[in-house]
Design a protein around this ligand. Structure first.
Ligand code: GLN
Length: 238
């Protein structure tokens, strides 16, 4: 690959929680490693690019989810093809719900999802708003902010991690991992605050480890301090 193409789905509709910062983090961290980056946005009704190396979708309220829902179903076969070819996805909250298999609204209406992730979400009941700390299977601890009313069920997939503080999918686990792809409720935004995940996605897309460089070391110190501040407020250690 000569240019890393990051596809940002529906940035105008989905991104109320600062999730565009995820795309910035991916792009800058790749550029700092000498990789040329092309960020392509997709809006409802537009043609998708011929290829993508990473796909990002952000979060939003049900009204925004409804605004892009038809288009999500239209592009779903291409998204699944990319997933099957190993393209990493990073899908946040409402965007993740649209890329799951189904989304039930608080009125009981069931919206089909793009089925990129084997997950189902039901909205309604209590809204979960607050900081969250999650421990990944390898012991890495990530932190962020959740703002959703979903209960989320995984159909045979692994969660991203276990909830240390917060709610996540169901009070016990948070997110989903399928190959190199991640679905999660975490804002922060996720990737500037948890650069380990940004570099995992980039390594999968670029098919190689990415060593730290001075620029990543500098911003990673800020990220560590931000995660520590959350952990301190929640009374847990990182
Ligand atoms: N943060 C979000 O994207 C919210 C998604 C969805 N509207 C919910 O409440 O669960």
């Amino acid at each position: 690959m000569t240019v890393l193409r990051i596809l940002h789905l529906y940035p105008a509709e989905l991104g109320i929680n600062g999730d565009a910062g995820n795309v910035l983090a991916l792009a800058e961290r790749a550029r700092w490693r000498g990789v040329e980056v092309d960020v392509v946005t997709h809006a409802p009704g537009a043609e998708l690019p011929a290829s993508a190396d990473i796909v990002h979708i952000g979060s939003g309220p049900l009204s925004a989810q409804r605004a892009v829902h038809d288009d999500v179903l239209r592009i779903a076969p291409r998204l699944r093809q990319w997933r099957d070819a190993g393209v990493p996805f990073v899908a946040i909250a409402g965007g993740w719900q649209l890329l799951g298999t189904q989304l039930e609204t608080p009125d009981g209406e069931v919206l089909a999802g793009a089925a990129v992730f084997p997950s189902r979400a039901a909205l309604g009941g209590k809204r979960h708003v607050g900081e969250i700390v999650v421990r990944l299977a390898d012991g890495t601890t990530i932190a962020g902010f959740e703002n959703h009313s979903a209960r989320t069920v995984l159909d045979g997939a692994e969660p991203l991690g276990r909830v240390v503080r917060g709610t996540g999918n169901d009070g016990s686990v948070e997110g989903v991992v399928v190959g190199s792809s991640i679905g999660t409720h975490l804002h922060g935004p996720l990737l500037p605050m948890n650069p380990v995940l940004a570099d995992r996605l980039l390594s999968a897309a670029l098919r190689g480890e990415l060593p730290p460089v001075p620029q990543t070391e500098r911003v990673d110190r800020y990220a560590t301090n931000a995660r520590r501040a959350i952990a301190d407020r929640l009374g847990v250690s990182l």
